[in-house]
Design a protein around this ligand. Structure first.
Ligand code: ATP
Ligand code: MG
Length: 431
């Protein structure tokens, strides 16, 4: 039998994992500057954590969730997204209390699971990096979160980004809009996809998010949420736009945009990139919005929140398509060439000593001939080779060669063991 990874999963191998590490390190660094702390929550939660929050007409809950009963008959689900678990943890650990400074700002990174049809940038196990900020209603906080998302993608070298912005208003706005949408969609009932027919009365906003081409044609003429906003919701949205303007962040208002999760209200946004690597047109890499009410939904007090989630696979595909250069921080400093069986113990000690001194080092373990070892050193692009044969062993020395200049020096082993950094600086720069 041949073993294969499950459909919709991926192995991330050296060569690509460097890009992942660069993304993660850049994100951590930037999040720290914005003063977001890291939170790590379980990869599975009680099923209700997601079913209650994502919405029971959402694709996530109806089609995509990996849920199962464990051996104790608990109904669990692999997390399909990050926010619900973070909110659950926020409530369970009473982080809403006066002991924490508000807004309470956290970030996460890790795998998410959705049963979807795999394609480029769409997997069953995928990864998100996301942020959440709790405890403030200020539109400026929405903008801080959006600015952070933009800042991150720009810092990672992405260009041709588009920020799409919309508001879903508050509950009163949405109730009014909901009715207008039902009135508009009902005459088209027979033409709608099966999913949309089911959703029309349960949750008509979902119809706007339909992936069905004919549904999309119909909703193109649907009424706009922007015409149903309460004065308060209107004011919030106006301030978000003014703050984005003040920061010089360009955006397009897309009044038909809704999100795949039910918990959003007020500001929602998507940052999209235009790259053929992810199919035609713009693809969303990072998406989020405000979710006032979600903390209450999971048993906490009234406490507003806003955040985003970013798809790492899509990001990495874009970075590779745009050939974004990574800092090379795992170059090989020294390759140790051992000649003859007798030297093996000494090369083992040397390779360890050089690593101890803070440099990267490698040696041969396959009994290769000296010529092949030098070839390996070249292929690995070593800065130096350190060669030791029977004679050097007897003399307690080794030959250090600068591979770029070809310069060679004989160095006492004792010096190497004492301070390899000094051997290198004294040996090659002091002349
Ligand atoms: P889509 O409309 O593409 O299905 P979504 O609305 O379901 O996206 P969100 O739940 O907002 O996506 O997730 C945020 C981001 O996570 C997406 O913009 C995308 O980059 C990424 N993402 C979502 N689902 C997947 C998946 N199955 N595989 C890879 N990345 C994903
Ligand atoms: Mg989806």
């Amino acid at each position: 039998m041949r073993y294969q990874r499950p459909k919709g999963t991926a192995d991330i191998l050296p060569g690509t994992s460097e890009t992942w590490q660069f993304v993660e390190a850049t994100a951590r660094d930037l999040f720290a500057r914005y003063r977001f702390g890291e939170i790590r929550t379980p990869m599975f939660e009680n099923y209700e954590v997601f079913s209650r929050t994502s919405g029971d007409t959402s694709d996530i809950v109806t089609k995509e969730m990996y849920d199962f009963k464990d051996k104790g008959d608990r109904h669990l689900s692999l997390r399909p997204e990050g926010t619900a678990g973070v909110v659950r943890a926020f409530v369970e650990n009473k982080l809403y209390g006066p002991e924490t400074t508000k807004p309470y700002k956290v970030y996460y990174m890790g795998p998410m699971f959705r049963y979807e049809r795999p394609q480029s940038g769409r997997q069953r196990e995928f990864h998100q990096i996301g942020v959440e900020a709790f405890g403030s209603d200020a539109p400026e906080l929405d903008v801080e979160v959006i600015a952070l998302g933009m800042n991150l993608l720009t810092k990672l070298g992405l260009k041709h980004l588009r920020l799409a912005l919309n508001t879903l208003g508050d509950k009163a706005s949405r109730d009014a809009y909901r009715q207008a949408l039902i009135d508009f969609l009902e005459p088209h009932f027979d033409e709608l996809s099966e999913d949309s027919q089911v959703r029309l009365h349960k949750n008509p906003l979902r119809v706007l998010d339909s992936k069905d081409a004919h549904d999309q044609e119909i909703v193109a003429d649907a009424p706009s949420i922007l015409d149903y906003l309460t004065p308060e919701a209107q004011e919030h949205f106006t301030k978000v736009k003014a703050s984005l303007d003040a920061l010089g962040i360009a955006y397009d208002v897309d009044a038909t945009m809704v999100r795949g999760l039910d918990y959003y209200n007020h500001t929602i946004f998507e940052i999209m990139a235009d790259s053929p690597a992810l199919g035609e047109g713009y693809t969303t890499v990072l998406a989020g919005g405000r979710y006032n009410g979600l903390v209450e939904e999971l048993g906490g007090p009234e406490m507003p929140g806003v955040g985003f989630g970013m798809g790492v696979e899509r990001l990495v595909i874009l970075m590779q398509a745009e050939k974004i250069a990574l800092p090379d921080d795992n170059a090989l400093d020294v390759y140790i060439v051992g000649i003859g069986d007798e030297t093996s113990l000494e090369t083992l000690k040397l390779v360890q000593a050089i690593r101890q001194a803070g440099l990267t080092a490698d040696r041969d373990y396959l009994g290769r001939k000296p010529k092949a070892q030098f070839k390996t050193a070249n292929r690995l692009d070593a800065t130096y080779t350190l060669t030791i044969g029977d004679q050097e062993l007897a003399d307690q020395t080794a030959n250090l060669k600068n591979m770029a200049t070809g310069e060679q020096i004989s160095v006492p082993l004792a010096d190497i063991y004492q301070d390899f950094q000094k051997v290198v600086t004294d040996g090659f720069t002091a002349k």
